[in-house]
Design a protein around this ligand. Structure first.
Ligand code: ZN
Length: 236
């Protein structure tokens, strides 16, 4: 198992960890800052720093082959650290913070466009959600204005854990969720933006939605019968 440090503190930029295994361009650690690709959010990049000061670039992060582990992918040909070694970790914070701002912006926007979400993706420079909706109902200016109005409330985000049973006992929660939460892990992580959004999510978010600043809708496009795509960028 890899301890997921970003889960409790998405703002950690550096940490130390022990190498559990290394080979085939993949390093497994006992704990990590690096978010693995999932939920539409890309895997983190950054560096693993050895005791001798050598910096090994991490070019991508994915879920590991073993359940509960994280695979840090090195650049082709890079020499990995040794198993058992203690290393420093550093994520590309500028990239991650942009992803956190855009990711949280999608949560807010999903409450402005009231329709089932059928897809989504986040990149460091833009993000999108796909909705099952009549495209004539999607107005770029209105979506941007509505989203920015909510962002201007400047409320703090909260992580809430509930059990499968608690979710079953509170069916009204599911109504506000765009995606049915994964079952079977025993507990489900939710992101709550008070009075705005509540939905299951394992990604990294900003602590206060004011950090998003504001968004612009740059494109609305038909990507299929049930996929009307709304693409956003950060305004600044
Ligand atoms: Zn999220």
């Amino acid at each position: 198992m890899t301890e997921l440090l970003f889960r409790d503190d998405a703002y950690l930029k550096t940490a130390t960890a022990r190498v559990i295994a290394a080979g085939d361009g993949v390093v497994t650690l006992d704990r990590t800052l690096f978010y693995p690709l999932g939920g539409g959010q890309p895997g983190d990049t950054g560096v693993i720093i050895r005791d001798n000061g050598e910096r090994i670039a991490v070019v991508d992060t994915r879920k590991g082959a073993e359940p509960g582990t994280v695979a840090h992918h090195l650049a082709p040909g890079a020499a990995p650290p040794q198993a058992g070694e203690t290393v420093g970790l550093e994520i590309d914070w500028e990239r991650r913070y942009a992803l956190m701002r855009l990711h949280t912006a999608l949560h807010v926007m999903s409450c402005v466009v009231v329709a089932p979400v059928t897809g989504g993706n986040i990149a460091p420079d833009k993000a999108r959600l796909d909705f099952d909706i009549d495209i004539a109902l999607l107005d770029a200016d209105r979506i941007a204005a509505g989203t920015n109005e909510l962002i201007a409330r400047g409320v703090a985000t909260e992580t809430v854990w509930i059990t499968d049973e608690e979710l079953d006992a509170r069916p009204e929660l599911v109504k506000t969720m765009s995606v049915q939460p994964p079952r079977g892990a025993g507990r489900i992580r939710l992101l709550r933006i008070p009075d705005i959004d509540l939905q299951p999510c394992g990604g990294t978010h900003v602590a206060n939605i004011a950090e998003i600043g504001g968004i612009a809708v740059v494109r609305i496009r038909n990507e299929g019968k049930r996929n009307k795509r709304v693409e956003i960028v950060l305004r600044e």
